[in-house]
Design a protein around this ligand. Structure first.
Ligand code: NAD
Ligand code: MG
Length: 388
């Protein structure tokens, strides 16, 4: 706040892995970026700490029951405090910021992000589920409102960076790289016994719990294929996934002359976060640099589609389209939640998703209300399967 020439940022999901790293990026560049909005779901302690430190205009605590506590803690400041799910969309509509960093996890990010787009705000998009659920409507609305959607997801940031200066040149295909997650090379007989602690141990990235499990099942890469389809207007057959365990090549674009561009760097989310917040500028920083002598072998391989069955399910949803990606996403959120609570096993997640995809009726061209309903229906059915 207070710096009049700085880009005014609203961080939706400021207490998460992306949100906290974004605050570090912003703090390093006060002349360029200022914090106007911070939101959290339940972590009131961290939200209060962040508010006192960064002095935003507004904070939102999702969990209503924590409103009084946050209100009292910020009494001596002029920071406005809101609470509840509806407040997220209300604040997203306010004329107090220029760019939303959409860093809420899951379906909950959709409404605030869509509201921001409808109010002409630029979007730095970490929340991939927004595009998985309603990518056609989100992208169409952004087009109509002339709102830029700048990806934060490292693979999509890589593709976006490869496309700078290539405006008129069609893409032949994109190559999304995947680390393979903590269970790379493992087979079904091993996966049947893995627990949340194993799944949360990602080799290259430290991330929130949900995306860590998605990385372990490879659902994350499936969601990212759908995300890429909408961001870059691709056909499903133009999106290839390759396992690249070193996570140095963040993704690649192949053009019609066969030339391939890659974006590379150490696996550090602060880089794509900074790129999205400062776009179109590159800003000097002191992040560690990649030394290729330490990475003198870069490997690329086919994913194991037979073992990691979530990936083919996501590809099926990508190809069939309509509300199927929305249903896949909802079932996955329920399945991951149940796995994190030790209610179901690692491989059970796939069964929940597959059966939910078969159950919920397919809608070819859903309205936004259809998406909301399909999400609810899928959650209900997936919940019944798990006996919630
Ligand atoms: P996280 O779990 O660490 O943080 C999630 C944030 O969202 C928190 O601030 C939390 O308070 C808020 N939140 C959670 N549920 C909410 C709800 N129902 N309503 C309102 N707010 C809610 O997650 P993360 O790892 O930071 O991921 C955030 C998003 O970014 C995800 O969509 C993820 O796929 C994407 N992403 C993350 C990474 C990464 O490195 N962490 C990389 C690429 C993409
Ligand atoms: Mg990613």
């Amino acid at each position: 706040m207070n710096n009049h020439s700085a880009k005014r940022i609203a961080i939706f999901g400021s207490t998460g892995s992306i949100g906290t790293q974004a605050l570090e990026v912003i703090a390093a560049h006060p002349e360029l970026l200022s914090v106007e909005v911070l939101t959290a779901n339940a972590n009131d302690e961290l939200l209060i700490e962040q508010a006192l430190r960064y002095k935003p205009n507004v904070v939102v605590i999702g969990d209503d029951s924590k409103y009084q506590k946050v209100r009292t803690a910020l009494e001596q400041t002029d920071i406005k405090v809101f609470a509840g799910e509806a407040a997220l969309a209300e604040v997203a509509a306010m004329d107090i910021y220029d760019l939303m960093l959409a860093a809420i996890v899951g379906y909950a990010g959709l409404k605030p992000t869509l509201t921001a787009i409808r109010h002409g705000k630029a979007i730095a998009l970490a929340n991939k589920e927004t595009l998985v659920v309603a990518g056609d409507i989100v992208m169409q609305t952004a087009l109509e409102m002339r709102v830029p959607i700048i990806p934060v997801d490292s693979e999509h940031s890589a593709i976006f960076q490869c496309l700078v200066g290539e405006h008129r040149n069609p893409i032949e295909k994109v190559i999304l790289t995947a680390s393979g997650g903590p269970f790379l090379g493992r087979k079904t007989n091993y996966l049947v016994n893995v627990k949340r602690e194993h799944a949360l141990q990602h080799p290259n990235w430290s991330m929130g719990a949900k995306i860590s499990v998605d990385s372990a099942t490879l659902m994350n890469k499936g969601l990212e294929m759908i995300e890429a389809r909408w961001l870059f207007n691709l056909r499903p057959d133009q999106i290839q996934v390759l396992i690249h365990p070193q996570s140095i090549v963040h993704s690649m674009v192949q053009f019609e002359d066969g030339s391939i561009k890659a974006q590379m760097g150490l696996p550090d989310m602060k880089l794509p976060i900074q790129y999205a917040l400062a776009f179109p500028n590159r800003v000097a920083n002191s992040f560690p640099r990649c030394d290729f002598k330490k990475f003198n072998t870069l490997n690329f391989d086919e994913p194991d589609y037979r073992t990691f069955r979530n990936l083919p399910l996501a590809i099926e949803a990508l190809k069939k389209g309509g509300n199927l990606p929305c249903v896949l996403n909802a079932a996955n959120e329920i399945a991951v939640w149940a796995f994190l609570k030790n209610r179901i096993g690692f491989l059970d997640m796939t069964d929940v998703i597959e059966q939910t995809m078969q159950k919920v009726s397919w809608i070819e061209k859903p309205s936004i209300e259809d998406y909301y309903e399909s999400d609810g229906e899928a959650r209900l059915y997936a919940g019944e399967l798990i006996k919630l």
